[in-house]
Design a binder for this molecule. Structure first.
Ligand code: ADE
Ligand code: ZN
Length: 335
């Protein structure tokens, strides 16, 4: 029964590996911050905001996502944003999070790197103390900007590197291939950072090859279009590469036309290490459990599939081997 699977998914400990903290900005908080910071936003009601969230592709969404960020001004704003997400994730039994943030989305409008990261890190450390949630922080480069801008972001991050775990690549994919960022990824690797990149969300399988071969990523964000290339699928499966799949995002951004066509089940059947994530939950209609419910309702996932997805979220994380083992054991205890 689907309802049993939904309850099972809710009970399982999970990690979230693909979450843009700026994409968790709920309309109510957007209004509160706009008022607190005396910033004009082009919406009067929550309904108006929701109505604006009708996207036909990634760029439609990004335009409104960058606009939404304008209300984030102070360290307290970033703290409030992050704390709201962490509490919401906790309610879905998310025990570990690896959060993306987009420093250039803030520095380019005059908000200091330190303001953004300071607020985010304070919330992450409070969640660890208050409810034992572990976390990693991944700094993303905006791929529509030049590689030189990514280098300047890496430089601004220099004094924070002991608290940043990895770098990622996001924003407009098509026309901005991973190869554009090969040098800055090499620099990040030399600094001991983990490497992830969005590839194959809208971009072709070639972009996934570039992310693997040129950026030398440790984890692949989205990766949906890898399924168009059998040799690539085999390679991803053989290498045990984790894919951070985002079902509701894929539906909202028209990467899939119908949830019944979502490739998640196929990915698992092909031996790919897929995980379930919410990407930008405020914009795409839901958090971790909403994503599980959507795929359980639309696809023929088995109980074992659900368990595999939860296990993959920890084996694909940047936690230590000991921490991963403990989380996998906790999953085995859930009936
Ligand atoms: N930035 C925030 N969400 C994104 C996504 N799904 N793809 C690319 N860039 C993003
Ligand atoms: Zn994303």
């Amino acid at each position: 029964m689907k309802s049993d699977l939904i309850v099972y998914a809710a009970r399982l400990p999970k990690a979230e590996l693909h979450l843009h903290i700026e994409g968790s900005l709920e309309p109510a908080l957007m209004f509160a911050l706009a008022q607190r910071n005396k910033i004009d936003i082009p919406f009067k009601t929550v309904d108006e905001v929701r109505a604006a969230y009708a996207f036909s592709n990634l760029q439609d969404f990004l335009d409104i996502y960058y606009q939404g960020m304008s209300v984030l001004q102070t360290e307290e704003d970033f703290f409030d944003l992050t704390m709201a997400y962490l509490n919401r994730a906790r309610a879905d039994n998310v025990r570990h999070v690896e959060i993306f943030f987009d420093p250039q989305g803030h520095t380019d409008r005059g908000v200091a790197f330190d303001t953004a990261i300071g607020g985010i890190l304070t919330a992450l450390s409070m969640a660890k103390k208050q409810f034992g949630m572990t976390s990693k922080l991944i700094m993303c480069f905006l791929r529509h900007l030049p590689e030189a801008a990514a280098f300047s972001t890496l430089k601004q991050a220099e004094t924070w590197l002991d608290q940043i775990d990895g770098v990622g690549l996001d924003s407009s994919e098509v026309g901005h291939p991973p190869s554009k960022f090969q040098k800055v990824y090499e620099a990040a690797r030399e600094r001991g950072l983990k490497l992830v990149a969005h590839a194959g969300e809208e971009g072709p399988p070639d972009y996934v090859y570039e992310a693997l071969d040129l950026l030398k990523i440790d984890r692949l964000d989205h990766g949906n279009r890898s399924l168009e290339d059998d040799a690539l699928v085999k390679r991803l499966a053989d290498e045990g590469m984790t894919l951070t799949v985002c079902p509701l995002s894929n539906l909202k951004l028209c990467v899939v036309d119908d949830m019944r066509d979502h490739p998640l089940k196929k990915m698992l059947d092909l031996g790919l290490r897929a995980t379930v994530n919410s990407d930008d939950p405020s914009y795409f209609g839901g958090y971790m459990q909403d994503n599980f419910e959507a795929v359980i309702n639309a696809l023929d996932l088995t109980r074992d599939d659900i368990k595999t997805l939860a296990k993959n979220s920890f084996t694909g994380s940047f936690l230590s081997d000991g921490e991963i083992r403990a989380q996998l054991a906790a999953i085995d205890l859930v009936r």
